[in-house]
Design a binder for this molecule. Structure first.
Ligand code: EPZ
Length: 434
């Protein structure tokens, strides 16, 4: 397996192009199932998860044409045209779903388009059991009949889906997306109450409206959908990735550098930039991006609690913990969304970080320096927090299992090298034990 070696201590300076948002691109690609006309998506990131989903959609009958890379000055955003003229299947098999949990999002659209679906239960992952009960309850409310057999969800809606009121007992990004997509073709009105408000859902809703869907309340926790008989194709540009934006903002802060994050949108990262500014980092919105710098000032310890949007995002928890490892004082970081999202803690501790975990709270006592060490990536965001710590540590850090990074960060190493980082990817040697 490939590894990444970082030699820390270089303040990063320069520009980083922010790619399209993974967590918007995935549901947007699934939306192609809702119409038999072409859906052209631009600014898609080059990520393993995108390729995995493309394979699944192709197996369901979606014709996918890559229209090359739209290059606007060094930023390569992939352009895909997805056309589901006719479904060739309605099964999402385990070997694909287990690799990319977001595959569960095909359930609602398949029910809406074909009245049936057979989707493998995604199973858990490193950060938690990741149940899908809220997806199933919401679709059942729209009239779907669901059975769980042999690890698969067998779903039917022989008389089509009927609009209804879906009250989510807990905020769920994926369940909101699944039900929202299904509701666009349901008969009558659907109200989603306590809907997730993540900006990626706004991106999906805006694209669905461009396809002819009728959705009110976009951006709020109450979405009202008037079902329509069919949707048309559309052309849509995926929003910039707010988690990548936050990640590189931490890279500037942790190395004491000065980075301009091109294409970054300040709005969706408000909770993150607010924490950064309280930590003593300068964040300024500039035309076409966001400038983040820390020149010499210390890193103030800031307590953080993850919350559904617009609160502090759980996908930035590991990254801000790496920053607080260098903080002046103690910061308490509380994870309220996932039950096991502190796996970066023991790896940061190997580098000398002083972190104590008690239940869902991690107390990070800042230290003057971390020392580079061999560390292991365990999940997407934990992996990148180790890279961030390595960028600021003394000496070399060797991160193994970097395939986790490839799922969510496009060209991470080249983007950092271009800003002066001493970082390189070491291909697996090929022999056993590599
Ligand atoms: C999305 O996951 C993101 N993934 C996650 O990003 C992100 O961390 C998460 O939202 C929270 O913001 C994509 O968009 C592809 P949830 P999702 O449903 O939809 C529980 C990354 O690093 N829950 O909002 O799976 C669940 O266990 C990934 O890019 C149920 O109990 O998240 C969790 O505790 C990681 N039942 C909480 O709700 C359900 O049916 C929030 O999950 C569904 C979820």
């Amino acid at each position: 397996m490939d590894r990444i070696r970082i030699t820390g201590g270089v303040p990063l300076e320069g520009d980083i192009p922010i790619s399209g948002a993974k967590n918007a691109a995935l549901p947007l690609m699934v939306a192609s199932l809702l119409t038999d006309e072409p859906l052209r998506l631009s600014n898609l990131p080059h990520l393993v998860d995108i390729s995995t989903l493309a394979n699944l959609l192709t197996s369901l009958g979606v014709d996918i044409v890559m229209e090359g890379d739209a290059d606007d000055g060094g930023h390569i955003g992939r352009v895909l045209t997805l056309t589901c003229g006719a479904l060739s299947g309605t099964t999402a098999p385990y070997d694909l779903v287990r690799r990319m949990r977001a595959s569960i999002l095909v359930l609602g659209p398949l029910l809406a388009r074909a009245g049936r679906a057979r989707v493998s239960l995604p199973g858990g992952c490193a950060i938690g059991t990741r149940p899908v009960d809220l997806h199933l309850a919401g679709l059942t409310e729209l009239g779907a009949e669901l059975d769980l057999t042999d690890g698969y969800i067998e779903a039917r809606a022989p008389r089509g889906l009927k609009g209804s009121v879906v009250r989510f007992p807990k905020v769920s990004v994926g369940a909101t997306e699944n039900v929202l997509m299904a509701a666009t073709l349901a008969e009558g009105e659907t109200v989603l109450e306590n809907a997730a408000r993540e900006p990626e859902i706004g991106d999906l809703a805006n694209c669905l409206v461009a396809m002819g869907a009728r959705i009110d309340g976009v951006g709020t926790d109450r979405l009202v959908v008037a079902g329509v008989p069919r949707l048309s194709g559309a052309r849509y540009r995926v929003m910039p990735d707010r988690v990548e934006t936050g990640t590189f903002a931490v890279a500037a802060a942790i190395t004491g550098g000065d980075l301009t994050l091109r294409h970054a949108d300040a709005g969706p990262v408000g909770a993150v930039t607010e924490v950064m500014e309280r930590a003593g980092v300068e964040v300024t919105a500039e035309t076409g991006g966001l400038r983040v710098r820390r020149d010499g000032a210390g890193i103030a310890a800031v307590d953080v609690t993850t919350q559904p949007y617009p609160g502090f995002p759980t996908d930035m928890q590991a990254q801000v913990m790496a920053l607080m490892a260098f903080g002046d004082g103690a910061a308490v970081i509380t994870e309220t969304i996932f039950e096991n999202r502190f796996m970066h803690v023991p790896e940061l501790a190997r580098m000398g970080a002083d972190i104590t975990v008690t239940g869902s709270a991690a107390t990070v006592r800042g230290v003057p320096e971390l020392k580079g060490a061999p560390v292991m990536a365990t999940d997407l965001r934990a992996s990148v927090s180790l890279v961030l710590a390595g960028l600021a540590a003394t000496g070399d850090t060797l991160v193994s299992r970097v395939y986790h990074l490839d799922r969510g960060y496009e060209r991470l190493v080249p983007k950092l090298v271009a800003c002066g980082a001493r970082i390189e990817r070491i291909p697996a040697r090929g022999e056993a034990g590599a």
